[in-house]
Design a protein around this ligand. Structure first.
Ligand SMILES: Cc1cc2nc3c(=O)[nH]c(=O)nc-3n(C[C@H](O)[C@H](O)[C@H](O)COP(=O)(O)O)c2cc1C
Length: 230
């Protein structure tokens, strides 16, 4: 089949677009409003965008009233947010935190979640989540779209601090994703969780391998070695 979004019909009972880019990791973002109310919401349009320094982004469409979502308002007002890893165990709370509630409602309480204080930023962390990033706001890229919901705010942040529960690491010091079972969005109302993995060893020299690992220290060491420095 072939169709051109916005021009020709796909002819299917459900729009297939979101089911094509899968799985999408979940940006479970906590923020605090200018008046001190804590907010929490999932965004499956989420990714890391670089590693040195580590940066992440999430994309928030407008709400049904055509306004910026509370998360975006809070990040732009305060310059801070926290990303929390969404896991299989926390799936119901993730879903509950997506409900469209008034900005005055504390969404941690709404989702039945306990807060853990952050160290460098004001928004709290989800205590039951095994990994969290404390982030500072970099910028918003606002892409105009169609209708009330179409316009999207792409919000970028720099990762200032990373919390990893010791129990999330295996005996080799690697994050044990099969134990954590991070959840990710598919299309429709479907999700997946990480239940298997396979390894592919990339070809390339030390600099490329260090970049693929995402290690600034190993990149620096590999570049120094390539320059013949001791
Ligand atoms: C798993 C999941 C993923 C979601 N991903 C997005 C997304 O990428 N962008 C978006 O605008 N809304 C997304 N939503 C909807 C928001 O979570 C929802 O609009 C929420 O109420 C926003 O909260 P806020 O107004 O407090 O920021 C998602 C919902 C769920 C359940």
């Amino acid at each position: 089949m072939y169709y051109e979004p916005g021009k020709s019909a796909h002819g299917l009972p459900h729009d297939p677009f979101k089911s094509c880019v899968v799985p999408r990791p979940i940006g479970w973002i906590s923020t605090t409003s200018r008046t001190g109310i804590d907010n929490l919401a999932p965004f499956s349009q989420f990714q890391n965008v670089s590693f040195d320094p580590p940066m992440v982004m999430f994309c928030a469409n407008q709400n049904a009233g055509g306004r910026r979502k509370d998360t975006v308002v809070n990040v732009e007002d305060t310059g801070q947010f926290v990303w929390n890893l969404a896991t299989w165990e926390l799936r119901e709370a993730v879903n509950r935190s997506s409900e469209d509630v008034a900005p005055e409602v504390d969404e941690f309480a709404h989702a039945g979640l306990v807060k853990a204080p952050s160290r460098l930023v004001r928004p709290p962390r989800v205590a039951a989540s095994p990994i969290q990033f404390e982030c500072s706001y970099l910028q918003t890229l606002r892409l105009p779209g169609n209708g009330a919901l179409g316009t999207v705010d792409v919000v970028f942040g720099r990762v200032l601090a990373i919390h990893i529960d010791d129990a999330a690491l295996d005996e080799r010091g690697r994050i044990d994703v099969l134990k954590l079972r991070p959840i990710a969005r598919l299309g429709y109302h479907d999700y997946t969780s990480v239940e298997s993995l396979f390894t592919l060893r990339p070809q390339g020299g030390p600099t490329r391998l260090a970049g693929l690992e995402g290690s600034p220290e190993k990149v620096a060491a590999a570049l120094a070695q390539a320059r013949g420095e001791p």
